[in-house]
Design a protein around this ligand. Structure first.
Ligand code: NAD
Length: 267
């Protein structure tokens, strides 16, 4: 039986990815910094379909020792790992780059960038030992070099995650390893993330203009996760980017927005 480790998987995209792997008969290792949500997610996933087992491990992706302990616990329980998804992430406070204080910058970079680096390095070390494995990093706004006020630090981190993942995939090729490194691009997801910043839920207030765009381009994470996992399971290429909101899909959404009213933000 195959095994997947997913960081930040107590809720949102991470939990939906977990459900899809479980449905495909994987053992699933859930992990999150939020212990209370993690416990609930483990119980919920155990009750979900699929023949695999579920393990929950508390882990702060910013701390290398935590990520190493997550890997050790997963290997101890299931023997080896097939997939590892670096999904944990936090949004930035609604502030210009120069308004963020040092603590806020450190927090965001440590979760969104260093977390993905920690997870990738620990996963690849394990995959080198095993002789196989696949690691995916979750991209976000900025990964494609787009700019937007109040998202400069988040975009900087996600742009760097994309660079790191591409460069790591190249390094894997140069070393001729039987390992895949890839990116997941989920588009805009209707999750608590949109109204959170630096780990604090409800701290971002969405303007009507932003809500309008999210209503056109956004989707709930269950739909997106189903698509991403399907593609991950058949992907054979190192360095692949698996995308939900393609340019074509976004164009079509804007063209048909008048006939297809959606409101994710109704009270
Ligand atoms: N929501 C969106 O529109 C969107 C769009 C593009 C990319 N993303 C990215 O997708 C990923 C998942 O986002 P989501 O919308 O499901 O968010 P979410 O806030 O619903 O879930 C994120 C999870 O990560 C956990 N987490 C936060 N810091 C952590 C840490 N230091 N260590 C371990 N776990 C930690 C949280 O507790 C939470 O359970 C993130 O990487 C995010 O940047 C989100």
């Amino acid at each position: 039986m195959k095994t997947v480790v997913i960081t930040g998987s107590a809720r949102g995209l991470g939990f939906e990815l977990a459900k899809n792997f479980k449905k495909s008969d994987f053992n699933v290792v859930l992990s999150d910094i939020n212990e209370e949500n993690l416990k609930k997610a483990v119980d919920d996933l155990k009750a979900f379909g699929g023949s695999g087992d579920v393990l929950g491990v508390k882990c702060n992706v910013s701390v290398l020792a935590d990520v190493e302990a997550l890997c050790d616990a997963a290997v101890k329980k299931f023997g080896s790992l097939d997939y590892w998804v670096n999904n944990a992430g936090v949004n930035q406070p609604e502030k210009a780059a120069w308004e963020l204080d040092e603590k806020e910058i450190d927090f965001l970079i440590n979760v969104d960038l260093k977390g993905a680096i920690n997870g990738s390095n620990v996963a690849v070390r394990q995959f080198v030992k095993q002789g196989y494995g696949k690691v995916f990093n979750v991209e976000g706004f900025g990964s494609n070099d787009a700019y937007q006020p109040n998202l400069v630090m988040y975009g900087t981190a996600k742009r760097a995650v994309t660079y790191f993942t591409n460069a790591l995939a190249n390094e894997i090729n140069v070393h001729e390893l039987n390992i895949q490194v890839g990116k997941l691009s989920p588009g805009i997801m209707i999750t608590s993330f949109l109204t959170s910043s630096n780990g604090k839920d409800g701290s971002v207030k969405l303007s009507d203009k932003v809500k309008k765009v999210y209503n056109i381009l956004g989707d709930y994470p269950d739909v997106i996760a189903e698509h991403l996992v399907k593609k991950m399971l058949v992907n054979k290429k190192n360095g692949e980017r698996i995308e939900w909101l393609t340019g074509g899909k976004a164009f079509w959404r804007f063209m048909t927005a008048g006939f297809n009213k959606r409101n994710f933000f109704e009270d």
